[in-house]
Design a protein around this ligand. Structure first.
Ligand code: IMP
Length: 432
């Protein structure tokens, strides 16, 4: 397996970090290709819980190298804080095993202030961003005025560029009624970040292609999910990058023929943070039950923002779309254990719009918002799944539920997660 892609099939938070941690055990390199510290990946290793925002989950495996790809937007100060936190817990983050693309773009405090100002200006129509400056940073990238990480090799020039970018943003900020930022003070502070991160900067596309030539196995860890994709998600309630399979190729710089496994990751139900349509959302007690109380780290509260997630039944229309856009070769289902104890379960197998049953989402938001889910109802199960490790142990109703998901999106479910720990997963075969 030269390259495995791990892709979110829903609205992010599917458990991709956990899957990357599991698949990373057999990899030589784990690489992130899109987004920035809007992502939040939680991994449980024994008694320890790691919450990662920028550093790929593979870092927890000693022999794995990790890459932040050119498709990412990186806040250097937040990255250093995350690296320091990991180092304090004994994780090796030397430049020999942790590489940052010289072509990745930098998030400055101006991007964060602009993100906030833009959300405030939108009022009730706000996207509900993570306020990490992601959209404004990608806007500068596509506007061809962004700062690339490569500039951190020269701390003085980097500080000058940060200074100028903040001065420029101050015009927009004051125009939007927000306070301007102190460009000189920020630039001074960021010299330090540049000096510390400079040694990590490389042409990571060349690195990855060289490693592929040597026969290395590479896992690409997606962030966010298909429905947050700038093109294929429910625009404008999306992020500003491409979390789908194509985004991995562009965001790391290698050719498609290296890819032989594309793992779509989905929860066994739906969750979403931020605004935007979610046809299967449950408002009442059932939604609350899926969300959890917030006492456990795996309950449905954002790793990055702490916001409570909207919860609902699984939506096969979304999954089918995700499988098609990225060409999933298999599905990894997470959190099946959470569904124990439900008397019945529902899956939206289609959406109804103007009397027609749709198998895939309509391309415009107005139609999408008018559509209604068409549900299939299935029996639930009571057994606690968290200690189960074999397919044969699963109750018949759980197997039926998994089988139906695979049928509905025409993609085999190969693994199911039954708890947050590394070993809490069950490999599945065709005899399910
Ligand atoms: P942004 O990426 O901060 O611009 O946010 C745009 C939309 O994507 C908002 O609805 C966010 O809640 C959502 N989003 C961004 N990153 C994640 C993530 O890692 N998990 C879930 N939702 C996310």
């Amino acid at each position: 397996m030269p390259v495995t892609l791990i892709i979110g099939a829903q609205w992010g938070d599917e458990g991709k970090g956990r899957v990357a941690d599991v698949l990373g055990a057999d990899a030589d390199v784990v690489a992130r290709y899109a987004g920035g510290d809007n992502a939040g990946h939680t991994i449980a290793v024994g008694d320890e819980v790691f919450k990662l925002h920028l550093v790929p989950s593979g870092i927890l495996h000693e022999d794995v190298s990790c890459v932040l790809g050119n498709g990412m937007v990186i806040n250097p100060v937040n990255l250093l804080a995350e690296m320091d936190g990991l180092r304090a817990r004994g994780v090796d983050l030397s430049p020999e095993r942790f590489l940052i693309s010289s072509r990745a773009h930098i998030i400055t405090p101006a991007h964060i202030a602009l993100d906030r100002a833009s959300e405030q200006a939108l009022g009730e129509q706000a996207i509900g961003t993570t306020l990490r400056g992601i959209g404004p940073a990608y806007l500068d990238k596509t506007g061809r005025r962004g700062i690339r990480a490569g500039l951190m090799r020269d701390a003085e020039s980097f500080a000058d560029a940060v200074h100028d970018a903040i001065e420029r943003a101050n015009v927009a900020l004051t125009g939007a009624g927000a306070s301007p930022l102190d460009a000189s003070a920020t630039a001074l502070k960021w010299i330090d970040a540049a000096m510390r991160l400079g040694p990590y900067i490389q042409d990571t596309s060349q690195y990855i292609n060289r490693r592929l030539g040597e026969g290395a196995r590479i896992v690409c860890e997606g962030a966010q999910g298909t429905m947050l994709d700038l093109d294929h998600g429910d625009y404008p309630f999306v992020t500003s990058s491409s979390p789908v399979a194509g985004g991995a190729l562009a965001g790391l710089g290698f050719g498609p023929l290296h890819v032989d496994r594309i793992v779509g990751v989905t929860k066994c139900f739906s969750t979403r943070v931020g605004s935007g349509p979610m046809l299967t959302e449950l408002d009442g007690a059932l939604g609350q039950r899926l969300r959890g109380s917030g006492e456990n780290f795996w309950d449905e509260f954002g790793t990055t923002t702490g916001r409570s997630r909207r919860c609902g039944w699984l939506d096969a229309v979304i999954l089918r779309h995700a499988a098609q856009v990225s060409g999933f070769t298999e599905l990894f289902l997470t959190k099946l254990d959470i569904l124990s104890g439900f008397e019945f379960l529902k899956i939206a197998s289609a959406w109804e719009l103007d009397g027609i049953h749709l198998k895939l989402p309509p391309e415009n938001l107005e139609d999408l918002q008018r559509a209604k889910p068409v549900y299939e109802t299935m029996p639930g199960w009571d057994a606690d799944l968290s200690r189960m490790r074999y397919q044969k142990d699963l109750p018949p109703a759980a197997r039926q539920y998994i089988r139906r998901i695979g049928e509905l999106c025409d993609t085999p479910v190969r693994t199911v997660g039954v708890g947050p720990e590394r070993e809490q997963q069950i490999a599945l075969n065709d005899a399910l």
